[in-house]
Design a binder for this molecule. Structure first.
Ligand SMILES: [Zn+2]
Ligand SMILES: [Zn+2]
Length: 131
């Protein structure tokens, strides 16, 4: 099962299941927090994530909470209020990248930056949330 960590390895987690899907979010909050054109999330059942050290939580909007490492600032996860049974783990924190599935969707393309071109990866394309 995948394990993961932040850039400084202070925050670490293990998992008890494989991720269900990989979604790339182009919303403004993800772009700013990632410092990149989009944020890639691998989805897990929330009970599958075992934090060895809990990351710091902040409210990123009135619909979601996100976490980060208080030492190095790495963004770690997001949970939507509407889907509390699921957690989006920031894909770049997974130690063994071969354990991440192929991407399924690009979401929030209505907020995508013009300086990044989408790859021809055969994924779903959504202006906001995927259906
Ligand atoms: Zn860290
Ligand atoms: Zn987003």
């Amino acid at each position: 099962m995948p394990s993961g960590s932040c850039a400084c390895h202070y925050i670490r987690y293990t998992t008890t299941s494989t991720p269900t899907r990989l979604v790339n979010c182009h919303c403004t909050t993800c772009r700013k927090q990632a410092g990149a054109p989009y944020q890639a999330f691998v989805h897990f059942p929330i009970e599958a994530i075992k934090w060895e050290v809990e990351p710091t939580t902040w409210r990123s909007s009135d619909t979601a909470s996100r976490t980060f490492c208080p030492k190095c600032g790495s963004t770690m996860s997001m949970v939507l209020d509407a889907e509390p049974q699921q957690i989006g783990i920031v894909a770049g924190t997974v130690d063994d990248a071969s354990q991440i599935p192929e991407p399924s969707d690009h979401i929030f393309l209505e907020e995508k930056v013009p300086w990044y071109g989408l790859p021809a990866d055969g994924t779903g394309r959504w202006q906001a949330w995927s259906q």
